[in-house]
Ligand binder design. Structure first.
Ligand code: SF4
Length: 76
């Protein structure tokens, strides 16, 4: 069975709530959402959601901010 991030079906960047180029989306899926060895743990969106239950739409999986910086900046 293929393993994916537990937010795979609800993650707004995957459900079309924000427009991303298809190849960028495929890259994120391969690198994070369906990556091997629980690669989603490295996704900044995943980490922020784990802490506060949501993540702003414009934060990408490979954002250069730490989860703590995202939470601080967006007052989550
Ligand atoms: S972008 Fe991050 S939080 Fe969303 S499904 Fe992929 S790994 Fe999970």
């Amino acid at each position: 069975m293929e393993e994916t991030c537990k937010y795979y079906n609800t993650c707004p960047i995957l459900t079309g709530k924000i427009h991303l180029e298809e190849n960028k989306l495929d890259e994120y899926k391969a690198r994070f959402c369906k990556g091997e060895k629980n690669a989603w743990n490295k996704c900044i969106r995943f980490q922020v959601r784990e802490i506060v239950g949501r993540c702003p739409l414009d934060i990408m999986p490979d954002a250069s901010m730490s989860p703590e910086e995202v939470i601080e900046k967006y007052d989550l």
